[in-house]
Design a protein around this ligand. Structure first.
Ligand code: ZN
Length: 341
């Protein structure tokens, strides 16, 4: 009997402790927000179990055309740290921050990277024609509000005049060297918001950077099986400039840096001519974009689909690119498999 009573008391104590610790523990985690899933994963890797990350644009989501929800505004109003990619990847963030009453710390993950200027060749000729300067003048003239109204009015068809991107290519995470800079910016942001966790964040970051560096040598080795001539690839939008620049791969796309614009018939015809002329054999689909245009290009060129590349978002957790490192590994494997000898 006595034993049973002791057991009962013990169980009660355990239950009480669980009740006390459960919610308290959840609350003590630092709530942070990242604009998109790839960055969200990097923040989670560095934050570990001290941090709870909400990604505004989730797996397979397209950040370029994202429209903030009331839930996103609420998350931002409550967070202490907001992680953004920067380089105008999140064209909508400024307005969202202003309207949500955000009072925390904003950390831009690309600070300190060597940003690639937008390419001025190929389909980008159109850019030159319209003129970058004019485009920006337009911005200034109409102001931001009008610009957005314009979007709604004209719809996507007039996309060419409404590129919502800046002077630089924002897709900097496709370089593993840049990822190390992202991690350093993330550590500094978390440590400033939660000094007690600084040591843990630094330790997590060290471990993570080691994994990044080891993947980097894996990639360098794998790329050796692809001849310099074979490093020509087509993707739906220009998301892989940093990967291309790291490994000498030429990426061509019917659409530019942002998926907001639609390819014109001229852009597509030009790309088809280029695929035929340069004998580009593999075309890749992306997880965030519609593949209809690529199917048309495949029909007209006889090139084949080499697989899916994860450009601006992770896959679902159980997919092939559930984390940033898996995304990079998957993309390289897919490219090497299609291009390698
Ligand atoms: Zn993109």
């Amino acid at each position: 009997m006595i034993l049973r009573r002791i057991l009962f008391v013990q169980l009660m104590v355990i239950a009480l402790l669980a009740m006390m610790l459960g919610p308290a523990r959840a609350e003590s985690r630092l709530d942070v927000v990242a604009t998109f899933s790839i960055l969200g994963d990097m923040v989670q890797q560095v934050g570990g179990d001290r941090v709870k990350v909400t990604s505004l644009v989730g797996p397979d989501g397209d950040t370029h055309v994202y429209r903030p929800t009331p839930k996103a505004a609420k998350a931002i109003s409550q967070t202490k740290v907001l992680f953004v990619n920067g380089l105008e990847f999140e064209g909508w963030i400024k307005r969202l921050v202003e309207s949500s009453g955000f009072k925390g710390r904003m950390v831009t993950a690309t600070v300190g990277i060597e940003a690639l200027k937008m390419e001025e060749e190929g389909h980008h000729d159109d850019h030159d024609k319209h003129g970058k300067k004019d485009h920006h003048d337009d911005h200034d003239k109409h102001g931001k509000k009008d610009h957005h109204d314009d979007h709604d009015k004209h719809g996507k068809k007039d996309g060419h005049e409404h590129h919502n991107h800046g002077e630089y290519d924002p897709h900097a995470w496709h370089s593993l060297a840049n990822a190390r800079i992202y991690v350093r910016n993330i550590v500094d942001g978390l440590a400033a918001a939660d000094p007690q966790g600084a040591k843990a964040y630094r330790a997590n970051a060290e471990r993570y950077i080691k994994e990044i560096t080891s993947l980097e040598s894996e990639v360098e080795k794998a790329m050796k099986s692809v001849s310099a001539d074979g490093r020509k690839v087509v993707t739906p939008h220009d998301a892989f400039g940093y990967l291309g620049s790291a490994y000498g791969i030429k990426f061509l796309a019917p659409v530019g840096i942002s998926t907001e614009a639609e390819a014109s018939a001229g852009d597509v015809a030009k790309l088809i001519r280029q695929i035929k002329k340069e004998k580009i054999s593999a075309i890749f689909v992306e997880n965030i974009t519609d593949r209809r245009l690529l199917d048309q290009i495949v029909r007209e060129t006889g090139a084949r689909i080499g697989g899916t590349l994860y450009s601006d978002a992770l896959s679902k957790a159980n997919g092939p690119a559930g984390t940033y490192l898996d995304l990079m590994r998957h993309n390289i494997r897919t490219l090497v498999k299609a291009l390698g000898s």
